[in-house]
Design a protein around this ligand. Structure first.
Ligand SMILES: [Zn+2]
Length: 219
């Protein structure tokens, strides 16, 4: 899943306006920000195998540290704890922890059963929506659109950059998602890792959007 994780980050702003959109993206996409680093270091592994699912040629053979349920739970706790130690906001820290965990459950919908539960265990989960392109695209777009809807309800632009930043981000994500669907399979795990690393820029983009928007307050 890709767009859906950003949808979760956007929508979370409606629950709590305190954290920056960048921090919300950092949490909702945290394990996919970690994963390319682990891939590049050879700690986690993928095989490129066209047809693995209809939607993706990537066979996620080994990724217990970034995408194992227990690991993600611990990453969520760690993320929330670090935020709490810095900002002293318990409610926000809890929300960010839950957002980290939300990634696993959104991935659970689309992945074939390749998501580990515990490190070292062979039990893996995945509901396999990636076996249908239309179901996948519908799910991604619905979650992304819902996130945008709630984000727009929670914030308004302070200046032109506030609107431009947000809408260009939305279109950029839709374009790369579409291009990715029609492009040839990547030629190596390194290539996947390097492209994956560029997602850190999307987190920075989130901080920039947030700086130029303000919370809608209701009387
Ligand atoms: Zn993921």
């Amino acid at each position: 899943m890709f767009l859906g994780h950003f949808g979760a980050g956007l929508g979370a702003k409606k629950i709590d306006s305190m954290p920056s959109l960048g921090t919300l993206f950092f949490a909702s996409q945290f394990i996919d920000l970690l994963w390319p680093i682990l891939l590049l270091f050879g700690i986690e592994r993928v095989i490129i195998e066209p047809g693995n699912t209809v939607f993706t040629p990537i066979n996620f053979v080994y990724y217990p540290f970034s995408h194992g349920l227990l690991s993600v739970l611990l990453w969520g706790v760690a993320f929330g704890l670090v935020y709490y130690l810095i900002k002293k906001k318990l409610k926000t820290a809890f929300l960010l922890g839950v957002l980290v965990l939300s990634h696993w459950f959104l991935d659970l919908l689309v992945h074939r059963p390749d998501l580990p539960i515990l490190p070292g265990s062979e039990i893996k989960a995945g509901l396999g929506i990636w076996n249908s392109v239309w179901l996948t695209v519908t799910l991604e777009v619905v979650v992304f659109a819902a996130g945008i809807f709630f984000y727009l309800k929670a914030t308004k632009a302070k200046n032109k950059k506030g609107n431009f930043g947000l809408w260009s981000f939305i279109f950029f994500l839709l374009i790369i998602y579409t291009l990715n669907m029609f492009s040839a399979p990547p030629d190596s795990a390194q290539a996947i890792g390097l492209v994956g690393l560029s997602q850190w820029l999307l987190v920075l983009w989130g901080y920039w959007i947030d700086k130029n928007r303000t919370t809608v307050t209701r009387e």
